[in-house]
Design a protein around this ligand. Sequence first.
Ligand code: ATP
Length: 340
Amino acid sequence: MYIDIRHISKAFNGQSALNDINFGVQEGKLTALLGPSGCGKTTLLRVLAGLETAGSGQVAIAGRIVDDIKPQERGIGFVFQNYALFRYLNVYDNVAFGLKTKHWPAAKIKTRVQELLDLTGLTDLAQRYPDQLSGGQKQRVAFVRAIAPNPKVLFLDEPFAALDSQIRQELRIWLKNLIHQVGITSIFVTHDHEEAIETADEIVVMNQGQIQQVGTPLEIYYQPQNEFVANFIGHSSLLKNPDLNGYDLPSTACQVQIRPEHVHIHKLSKKVTSFGQSATVTAVQFKGLTTNVALDVQGQKLLAYWDAGATPLGIGEQVQITIERLVVFQNNQSQILKAQ
Ligand code: ATP
């Protein structure tokens, strides 16, 4: 592993903030640290960067244990959520800044800065000052400035948080492409599950200072290992001990996760009477592309989608549903089941 994190624990005033954190990041990959506010994401990133000291454990970057190495000597590029550009330097000089402090020869600095500005489509902005840039442009410059000195790894703390949603979306794709093009091993912190799923090669889900699951976006989405991950990632319903047609579910205490896209609603008609599972429509919300529907199934709430162009569903309407796939959680084990 290019970044190797072993048994990292950290407490503040006797309160545990990180509890035995273990994971690795492969070379050239982009990993998201994802979790709710206060789960320890920023503390972990600061420990990796050397801005915070771990209580115990070990961090290796590019095969070198860095625990006793100062932040500026760890070979790290860092991007903050608020850009942190130098106001009195133009884009070109902002990107060149780190290279000058590392005493690169002038000709090499010029080549490197121009190469990066060309690669990232920022050449036309080279003479502008931060005040003359949009938020998205500032953050692009901040990314480029961070990777200019060829750091071994790039750490990004909520790098999209200050941007509005359309720019954020554009920038995620831009950043992912840039990171893969440059081949720099990166970790970014986010509390936004959609952002992690869209942007990362791998996601580390955290809660209360502990890792809940490490996996690709597809694994985290479709094979959640516990109820926390199931609840935190994407939209789904968690039902307690439901009795569902087509499934042999445990009779003892269990939780069942069902994603709305796996629920199919059938309006009652002469043809459709009772082949599935009975449900009652309790809420309908038009969302444009689709319609979100809340259903009552045996007194529990189940979310589903309905084709926005189809005959509308009414509140209180009785329907039949079929469930394509679900995940059962019982005794700290998870199991994926598909309709029989
Ligand atoms: P957010 O998304 O809100 O930034 P986070 O997941 O990044 O949250 P951290 O900032 O890492 O969470 O905080 C983890 C825990 O450690 C929290 O309970 C926080 O209050 C505590 N903590 C963080 N820094 C300090 C500090 N310097 N002194 C005391 N407690 C701290």
